[in-house]
Design a protein around this ligand. Structure first.
Ligand code: Q0Z
Length: 287
């Protein structure tokens, strides 16, 4: 770890350090969580896949919205970032009905104030993508809110800008992904504001940890879809009859290898680059 880096925060699978007054270091580990529990077994290079994908998207979306990326380190798992004033709202864009969106729709017919047509089934494509804000609740779980509540948290004008940027990012990424056989069902953005008051995309972007990626091949609405990356791990954990309480089970080598292969496959499909080329020189994703 860099000499002067001061540890600021731990996420489930990432660490955040301060480099100086203006710069942060985001380090992605190889830890994996499933059913909200971190497993004792790591997936080799998972942090590199996620970091490489984030950097890939940051490099290609800076014309939509500026982002916090300053440098991708040669370890392939660390991003030097501009320190922002983060907005107190998570910005989820959904093009498909899944997760808490499906749950809210089933219970109320709406998601975050968006009234949806009747008769939709789980994993259905929505008539158009929707922005569904959430706040970090004390439980650690996000709590969905509507646009009016989001506008109260960040200001109406800023919220309008956030919605428009989030929809543009989703449209760009979903078109890119679907052309490569991957459905981007939904994705979570975290945005902040820089010293000049400019809206800036922060955190990680459009990775399998912040998004639902589904293989387009075999997409079948009417139930949950297999996750592009975590399905082997989930299926293995389910097969044990694990009660989903911490600690989670150790995962055997074949499940680790299969899971790593799926992360690497997602990286290669989305970036069009060999993952080995990324390992040899991470800067290739910025091209
Ligand atoms: C991101 C998080 C992680 C724990 C704060 N550019 C930024 N400026 C200010 N704050 C953040 C960022 Cl990215 C920021 N998090 C999330 C990441 C570990 C928490 F790696 N928290």
């Amino acid at each position: 770890m860099p000499e002067a880096a001061v540890h600021l925060a731990s996420g489930k699978v990432r660490e955040l350090y301060a480099l100086d007054g203006e710069r942060l270091l985001l380090v992605a580990s190889d830890r994996i969580s499933t059913f909200d529990v971190i497993l004792p077994t790591e997936i080799p290079d998972k942090g590199r896949v996620l970091t490489g994908l984030s950097a890939f998207w940051f490099a290609r979306t800076s014309g939509i919205v500026p982002n916090h990326l300053l440098a991708l380190r040669d370890d392939g798992r660390s991003l030097e970032c501009r320190r922002l004033e983060m907005l107190p709202v998570e910005v989820v864009v959904r093009g498909y009905l899944s997760g808490s969106g499906w749950k809210d729709y089933r219970e109320t017919g709406s998601v975050c104030g968006h009234a949806l047509p009747p008769g939709l089934v789980e994993s259905d494509r929505l008539p158009e993508p929707i922005v569904t804000p959430a706040t970090k609740a004390v439980s650690g779980h996000d709590e969905n809110i509507d646009a009016r509540a989001a506008a109260e948290l960040v200001g109406a004008e800023r919220w309008a800008e956030v919605e428009s940027v989030a929809l543009a990012l989703y449209a760009f990424a979903t078109e890119h992904a679907e052309a490569r056989g991957i459905i981007l069902a939904d994705t979570k953005f975290e945005l902040g504001v820089d010293q000049a008051g400019t809206l800036v995309l922060g955190d990680e972007a459009l990775t399998p940890d912040s998004s639902r990626f589904w293989p387009a091949d075999g997409y079948a609405p009417g139930g949950p879809q297999p996750s592009y990356d975590k399905q082997y791990v989930r299926d293995y954990c389910e097969s044990l009859g694990w009660d989903k309480a911490s600690p989670g089970p150790e995962v055997p080598a074949d499940v680790v290898a299969g899971t790593r292969a799926r992360y690497v496959e997602a990286f290669e499909l989305l970036t069009g680059l060999a993952f080995d080329a990324y390992l040899a020189d991470p800067q290739v994703v910025l091209g």
